[in-house]
Design a protein around this ligand. Structure first.
Ligand code: NAP
Length: 265
């Protein structure tokens, strides 16, 4: 019952997609600070390599950069091949890489639909499918492996911005989480989702010119999310403490969804 046992994630191995910045970097940091080795992925190799070096030094831990494009099944296959050459098993898969697209309803483009749906939903499914053998290798009834899908409060509430494909993709992420959870719980792999509210990142920053002050004012907690908020929730889900939580979508939004019913981010 001690914290050190309940929330222990030492000597584990994680893959965090989209780990070069934003929420993925925050999650990777939480793992590295607490003894989990982390593989981070992103398309832009220089930024990814730099981030892996920075995080390895900051946390005196092993953060390994694996540049790849996960938007196609080909890209997913070659990524999983590389991981297979390096590891006999993986404990935690964090499906975080995602894209957003905003365009007025009348002009909303097919490209904006397909890009978002492909990366946010299709790639999440196929990466999980192709990582299952590695996750299974490390999974036992006592120590199940974990998959955490990063959804969004935009998939729960109607979004403020004209992000039609994004909000539909995130609702799909939440339901896919339940369907995958039902499939994989039999293999001792527990699948859950986190639906973040506003967190500082390139994605949200580009929508508000990196000025989060209005979003902070509107939030019930009067602030946006911090690395501790998201990393703490991920650590809970990955540790012994979260081992009976399956198929859930947990918000991390300062109370937007549950206390206001509106999307204020
Ligand atoms: N920030 C928020 O307020 C917020 C709220 C709710 C949900 N979310 C969700 O949280 C997740 C992370 O978002 P973020 O805000 O941290 O976004 P971000 O700053 O734009 O980071 C996205 C990450 O994904 C990587 N990525 C993008 N396309 C990729 C591809 N095709 N293959 C591999 N990697 C790719 C990016 O690196 P490259 O560009 O180098 O590939 C980057 O590392 C997303 O799923 C997002 O929908 C964010």
């Amino acid at each position: 019952m001690k914290i050190n046992n309940l929330f222990n994630i030492e000597n584990k191995t994680a893959v965090v997609t989209g780990g070069s910045r934003g929420i993925g970097e925050m999650i990777a940091s939480g793992f590295l600070a607490n003894g989990t080795k982390v593989y981070i992925t992103a398309r832009k190799a220089p930024a990814l390599l730099e981030k892996a070096n920075e995080l390895s030094q900051k946390y005196n831990a092993e953060c390994i950069a694996l540049p790849c494009d996960l938007s196609t099944v080909e890209g997913i296959k070659s990524f999983v091949k590389v991981i297979n050459e390096k590891e006999g098993g993986i404990d935690y898969l964090i499906n975080n890489a995602g894209a957003a697209w905003g365009e007025p309803f009348e002009d909303f483009s097919e490209a904006g639909w397909d890009k978002v749906m492909d990366l946010n939903v299709k790639s999440m499914f196929f990466l999980t499918q192709k990582m299952t053998a590695l996750l299974k290798s490390n999974a036992t009834e006592e120590n199940p492996s974990r998959v955490i899908n990063i959804g969004s409060i935009d998939g729960l509430n109607v979004p403020m911005f004209p992000t039609f494909s994004y909000s539909a993709s995130k609702a799909a992420v939440h339901h896919l989480t339940r369907v995958l959870a039902a499939q994989l719980v039999k293999e001792n792999i527990l699948v859950n989702a986190i639906a973040p509210g506003p967190y500082p990142s390139a994605m949200l920053g580009s929508a508000v010119n990196s000025d989060y002050s209005e979003i902070e004012k509107r939030n019930p907690r009067k602030r946006i999310g911090t690395p501790e908020d998201i990393a703490g929730l991920v650590i809970f889900l990955c540790s012994r403490a979260g081992a009976f939580t399956v198929g859930e979508t947990i918000t991390s939004d300062g109370g937007i969804v549950k206390t206001t019913g509106h999307n204020l981010s």
